[in-house]
Design a protein around this ligand. Structure first.
Ligand SMILES: [Zn+2]
Length: 122
């Protein structure tokens, strides 16, 4: 991949990482608020479901942040944009849509087929 392209993805991924970091700070605020006990059971139930949703979102974001950090590391190592399965270059258009992707479309489809087959079996 060209340096210009690597720079583009580095900026994109860093922005996304900063955005997620800020979002998770906000989420921690929500969690702290939600732990304030309310006398009203309806309020408590609403807070509890909001808390669960926040925890769920935070877990998802955390996983994404790990992927972003890994992708940034790959940019430094100059291995970014190479499929982990077949070592072929991943299509730039695909990377632009999903910069943390680690598989080319061919391997991704293959993986999805395997996952589907595994699911169908049980
Ligand atoms: Zn591949």
């Amino acid at each position: 991949m060209k340096k210009k392209e690597l720079d583009f993805f580095r900026v994109t991924l860093k922005k996304q990482l900063e955005h997620l970091a800020r979002k998770s700070e906000g989420s921690i605020g929500v969690l702290l608020d939600a732990t304030v006990a309310s006398a009203d059971p309806l309020d408590r139930a609403a807070l509890e479901s909001e808390r669960e949703l926040t925890v769920h979102m935070m877990e998802r974001d955390k996983k994404l942040m790990v992927k972003i950090k890994k992708a940034l590391q790959k940019i430094d190592d100059r291995t970014y944009g190479v499929c982990e399965e077949c070592d072929e270059d991943i299509d730039i258009a695909r990377l632009k849509l999903r910069p943390v992707t680690e598989l080319c479309i061919k391997c991704k489809k293959q993986q999805e087929r395997v996952e589907k087959l595994t699911c169908d079996q049980d």
